[in-house]
Design a protein around this ligand. Structure first.
Ligand SMILES: Cc1ncc(COP(=O)(O)O)c(C=O)c1O
Ligand SMILES: N[C@@H](CCOP(=O)(O)O)C(=O)O
Length: 466
């Protein structure tokens, strides 16, 4: 399998999976996409019903890593990656209301869905870097969850230096401490004066600075890295198979910010999984739902909300869907993205917009509605949902169709957002034993303004220090 950029043609020396894992972002600023969509037959899906989560993951990723990493190697990695999850099913399904399921993706070490991919990514990086005798510097942006999952997956790995940028004061305290209390030398946390979009812009600016990119061997763990998306596809396959696919359609509801998680579901659909509808849930940072309802993709200021991990305006992975909706025309895609960057408004052609609406639905919940949703699912079903998960469940409930299972992605454990959960339900979710002393652990992080040069200096100093 070879990869191409959303902003450029497939070239003769097109990279493979290992190359794009290390590169993160394409040299032209576009996002990597597989050359073609692997297709999975109904019989193969049926055969996969018998596999463990880890073995299914190896099957799915191997379709994207052909020619770079073989299935047996992936299977060993996946078995190791998911062995530490606190649920035997890894990503269990819970029926919250009739035909409304919660797909719990928070049973990994940092209690959010990011662990599902990141535990694989840490191992993939180690494997490829050892093969190539290389080291890389990962710079990641986080609104709270990607950071701790990346740190947990990469801590202590000698070929990886990790720098995580979080928006100062805009994550929950649990989220911040999960990142800043990790003592390993290869980890640096930076609190940036700005919001998540500022952090994400910095990461993209660092990638655009080719000399710096080469100097530090820059790589990415955000969902701009295709490997992240590939490792998020298996749980959609798994959940759909458990509820009758490929012999029955299912729908998914996904609380959405950077558009990576729902894009993985869409990719599963491209590969043949019978997904009927994909429902996007937003908080008051509703650029995606505004777009779906009115074809209005215009950036506004990022507003803090009860679901801080979704406090995002520029949803990076939308570019991948746009590329597909434009029939993979990289020139048009690059022009639209350039205009978006310059004006803050994306002019999506009308036919591309209607094609998106053929598959996607969207709904926004403000903070009050999010609290109401947490209260509702607790009072009616004794299901304690974090604010992000509650948005997913509420949106799923809104778009349910008779006879079609609706599966909502439960993206974080309620203990990550204890205050919001407590004020909605009166229940204070406890952190699991491995995090029980989180509030006693010393924190370590730098605070830096959003100036690129300051961040570059901090990255260089970090590399010198270990
Ligand atoms: C808990 C939680 N829910 C939902 C999201 C949104 O997911 P995505 O950015 O993939 O759209 C995030 C952040 O990515 C998150 O951390
Ligand atoms: N919500 C995310 C934001 C970054 O998303 P990613 O999927 O692109 O890494 C976070 O928690 O950091």
């Amino acid at each position: 399998m070879r990869y191409r950029s959303t902003r450029g043609d497939l070239t003769a020396d097109a990279p493979n999976f290992s190359d794009i894992l290390l590169a993160g972002l394409a040299g032209d600023g576009g996002l990597y996409m597989p050359e073609t969509w692997p297709k999975i037959s109904a019989q193969t899906f049926r055969d996969w019903r018998a596999l463990s989560y880890a073995d299914l993951t190896a099957e799915v990723i191997s379709l994207f890593s052909e020619g770079a990493i073989d299935r047996d190697t992936l299977r060993d990695m996946a078995r190791d990656a998911y062995a530490g999850f606190d649920h035997a099913a890894v990503a269990p399904l819970c029926e919250v209301e009739q035909d409304l399921f919660s797909l719990e993706l928070f049973h990994g070490p940092t209690l959010a869905f990011k662990d599902m991919a990141m535990q694989m990514l840490g191992r993939l990086f180690d494997h490829v870097l050892t093969q190539r005798n290389q080291k890389v510097t990962i710079v990641g942006a986080t609104s709270g969850d990607t950071g701790s999952a990346a740190i947990e997956a990469c801590r202590g790995r000698e070929r990886l230096s990790v720098v995580i940028l979080h928006p100062k004061g805009r994550t929950s305290e649990v989220q911040r401490r999960q990142m800043t209390t990790v003592p390993d030398d290869n980890i640096l946390n930076i609190a940036v004066e700005g919001d998540f979009d500022t952090c994400q812009d910095i990461v993209k600016a660092l990638f655009a600075d080719q000399p710096f990119r080469d100097e530090v061997s820059l790589s990415a763990v955000n969902s701009i890295n295709w490997a992240r998306i590939a490792a998020q596809i298996p749980y959609y396959v798994r959940a759909a198979l458990a509820l009758g696919a490929p012999d029955r359609e299912v729908s998914f509801s996904v609380p959405t910010g950077n558009f990576g998680n729902v894009l993985a579901a869409w990719a599963a659909r491209q590969m043949g999984l019978p997904i009927r509808r994909l429902c996007i849930g937003s908080n008051r940072n509703d650029i995606l739902t505004r777009f779906l309802l009115e074809n209005d993709m215009s950036v506004r200021t990022v507003e803090p909300s009860l679901s801080p991990s979704m406090d995002i305006q520029v949803s990076s992975n939308f570019e991948r869907l746009l590329f597909e909706l434009l029939d993979r025309n990289p020139t048009r895609c690059a022009a639209i993205m350039k205009e978006f960057r310059e004006t803050g408004r994306m002019a999506v052609p009308h036919d591309a917009w209607t094609r998106m609406k053929d598959v996607f639905d969207g709904m926004t919940l403000n903070d009050e509605q999010t609290s109401e949703a947490m209260r509702h699912f607790y009072d009616e079903s004794l299901y304690l949902a974090d604010p992000h998960t509650a948005i997913g469940l509420a949106v799923g409930k809104r778009f349910q169709e008779p006879g079609i299972p609706m599966i909502a992605a439960a993206t974080a454990h309620p203990a990550k957002f204890p205050d919001a959960v407590f004020s909605a339900t009166g229940i204070r979710a406890a952190l699991p034993p491995h995090l029980a002393d989180l509030f006693e652990r010393p924190e370590r992080y730098d605070t830096v303004s959003s100036q690129i040069s300051g961040i570059q200096d901090a990255v260089r100093a970090h590399l010198k220090s270990h």
